[in-house]
Design a protein around this ligand. Structure first.
Ligand code: F0G
Length: 431
């Protein structure tokens, strides 16, 4: 890969995004039983690439160099949690969540970034860059710093959380807040990489998707290779759904699983390009939207990986749904009340599941795994505004959001007396 090569990540003939394939699997097909035991055994080893929950699965990733070195922060290795009360609220017997927010920089992006940063470094790039709604920039800045590269971040001004911005700053990125939205940032980046020797680390970079694939591998390992019936992911730029779908298809091809889970994608109603692409666009042409949602991570109107996402939805038989801002806030508070903190974009999965259950697409006794993509601490303002009753103030949702008052736990300012605190305790006990 030369400095000018591979910057477009599109096929020069058809214009579609490139995808990494492994033709060698045809000649010497990896043995699924051998792979499963190898991956398990690596969990007891201490080399950085074995401690990584991504590189542990390296037989299904692009080959590392002879030195076997990766730019890694021990990403992956994320927990699967039971959500019994959310299950009840959704009308399910059981519900699982794979929490990618427990990655080193707090989002699922780290799984892809370790792979893309490793190859950027190997190709000799001094600079890497991304457009972002926040999480990609936090992750890229961290991995660039670990790999000794400089990083350039383009984010929409005022539309990403301070937490995410602070990460990019702390990890030393050159951070540009542009007066546009995410889609505008991505467009500009694509122009920039044609002129400057800067390597693009958005999810149109196929190395990113290879790393993000491992979420599904690790999940299946955690489930003792028993396929769930459904996986549900939030959809923004649609890289993650594409990556997970690719992993499921590859796992089936290699005989690691026998049955494909249905992969469903949920979007915010105000950023529903995939929903409309499948509806009005009949899955054949992208229907872009002017995106607006408080779940800023998925405030994306022109998703780059839409074709790949349509393809994996078709191949796995998954659904695509949209949810309202009030439904997102409710779902986030319900997940939080189980002791699991996630960001609003992640909570669309539970809100969407409720709809899919009502429609009969998901059956009560089926196994469902929600993919929680980001940590609660990524966007504390949203949570604080919700609990203080300020999230929907002055918006068209103000009235509808009153139904969520019972979920709110605002902070209580009191005099520092035993009496005052006892009073608060008693009131809470009665409520
Ligand atoms: N959830 C979170 C927390 C995200 O940060 C993103 C995307 C998504 C879901 C959607 O994933 O784009 O692969 O469909 N965040 C990007 C960013 C775009 O710049 O951090 P997707």
């Amino acid at each position: 890969m030369s400095e000018s090569a591979g910057q477009d990540f599109r096929c020069p003939d058809c214009g579609d995004l490139l995808e990494i394939i492994y033709p060698q699997w045809r000649e010497s097909r990896p043995d699924p039983i051998g792979l499963k035991s190898l991956w398990r055994e690596r969990r007891t080893l201490q080399e950085p690439i074995d401690l990584s929950g991504v590189w542990r699965f390296r037989e299904l990733l692009p080959a590392l160099g002879d030195d076997g070195q990766a730019v890694t922060l021990r990403e992956g290795n994320t927990p699967v949690y039971e959500l019994p009360r959310c299950a009840e609220s959704a009308g399910m017997e059981r519900l699982l969540a794979k929490h990618q927010g427990m990655n080193p920089t707090g989002s699922f992006k780290d799984a892809g970034m370790t792979v893309a940063a490793t190859f950027a470094k190997r190709a000799g790039f001094r600079w890497v860059a991304c457009a972002s709604t926040g999480n990609t920039s936090a992750s890229m800045a961290a991995y660039a710093a670990r790999g000794g590269m400089r990083s350039l971040v383009l984010v929409p001004e005022g539309k990403i959380s301070w937490s995410k911005l602070s990460q990019a700053l702390d990890y030393g990125a050159v951070t540009c807040q542009l007066r546009t939205d995410f889609d505008g940032c991505l467009r500009l980046l694509q122009e920039l990489v044609r002129q400057a020797p800067v390597y693009q680390l958005n999810s149109i970079n196929p190395f990113r998707l290879e790393g993000q694939k491992t979420l599904a591998l690790e999940l299946l390992e955690q489930l003792e290779w028993e396929e769930p019936d459904h996986m549900i992911v939030p959809g923004g730029n649609l890289g993650n759904s594409s990556a997970i779908g690719k992993a499921l298809l590859e796992m089936r091809e290699l005989g690691l699983i026998g049955r494909l889970p249905k992969l469903s994608v949920i979007q915010a109603e105000g950023a529903n390009a995939l929903v409309r692409t499948l509806g009005e666009g009949e899955g054949k042409r992208l229907v872009s939207v002017q995106a607006e949602t408080r779940a800023t991570a998925i405030r994306i109107g022109n998703p780059a990986s839409w074709k790949k996402a349509v393809n994996v939805l078709m191949q796995t038989g998954g659904a695509c749904e949209q949810v309202t801002e009030v439904e997102i806030a409710q779902a986030k508070a319900e997940i939080g009340a189980e002791g699991i903190g996630c960001e609003p974009a992640s909570a669309v999965t539970l809100a969407g599941l409720k709809k899919l259950v009502k429609q009969g697409f998901v059956k009560r006794d089926e196994t469902v795994v929600l993919v929680l993509t980001g940590n609660l601490l990524k966007d504390p303002d949203y949570t604080i505004d919700f609990h203080r009753g300020e999230l929907f103030r002055g918006t068209k949702d103000e009235q509808a959001s009153k139904a969520l008052d019972g979920l709110r736990r605002p902070p209580i300012a009191l005099d520092a007396t035993l009496e005052a605190v006892m009073g608060a305790l008693e009131r809470a006990e009665k409520s």
